[in-house]
Design a protein around this ligand. Structure first.
Ligand code: TMP
Length: 204
């Protein structure tokens, strides 16, 4: 049986967490085994790292990339690879694309070094498809309260705009690994589009 590893990517507030849950429901209602997981936070180590990064504004960019990748190494080895081997589809809210977009394009670390670091962490296991939910940064404030923002989001609109453009560049450079969905459509429209994107990976 073919199993797929689907990563949902996008800036904070793009709706990716809602869509990851809807995609999980879609898999379940079609009788397909799947797990829904996330980075950071898919493992106990990841949960601690997520907590630390969200509450510490001063973390340097390089330290951040090491922490996210420590979580990733654990996550791939303990959760993602075993699930795929056991015949389960994997839906992951953020993966390597997040490090390239946030620590690379957002915080200015050299992309080539991050690619190598991520490659070590994920042991060469990459998503079948990365789905980018693209939304313009200026639409975000209307979607969620400013008080909700964590340390990374609090880096502000110019930062998120660099991250958004980074994502778009990554997706355009590798069209076979990435699909771009207009995340400013309704929740239902976005979810239908995601379902049609994943169908070929599920049913061949
Ligand atoms: P989230 O749980 O709301 O998606 O928040 C996770 C935050 O961590 C989000 O702002 C994106 C950021 N992040 C990175 O900067 N690099 C990474 O590699 C990952 C996985 C997340």
């Amino acid at each position: 049986m073919m199993t797929s590893f689907i990563a949902l990517e996008g800036i904070d507030g793009s709706g990716k967490t809602t869509q990851a849950a809807l995609l999980y429901e879609f898999f379940s209602s079609n009788g397909l085994n799947s797990i829904l997981t996330q980075e950071p936070g898919g493992t106990p180590l990841g949960l601690s790292i997520a907590q630390f990064i969200k509450s510490n504004r001063g973390t340097t960019a390089f330290a951040e990339s090491l922490l996210f990748n420590a979580d990733r190494a654990e996550h791939v080895e303990q959760i993602i690879r075993p699930a795929l081997v056991n015949g389960s589809h994997v839906i992951c809210d953020r993966f390597v694309g997040s490090t390239l977009a946030y620590q690379g394009y957002g915080r200015g670390l050299p992309l080539e070094k991050l690619i190598d670091l991520c490659d070590e962490a994920c042991q060469g296991l990459y998503p079948t498809i990365n789905i980018l939910l693209d939304v313009p940064v200026h639409t975000l404030d209307s979607r969620r309260g400013i008080g909700n923002r964590d340390a990374i989001e609090a880096s502000g609109a110019p930062f998120l705009d660099r991250v958004r453009k980074g994502y778009l560049e990554l997706a355009r450079k590798s069209p076979r690994q990435w699909a771009i969905v207009d995340g400013s459509q309704s929740i239902r429209e976005v979810s239908m589009e995601i379902q049609s994107l994943v169908r070929p990976y599920i049913y061949g």
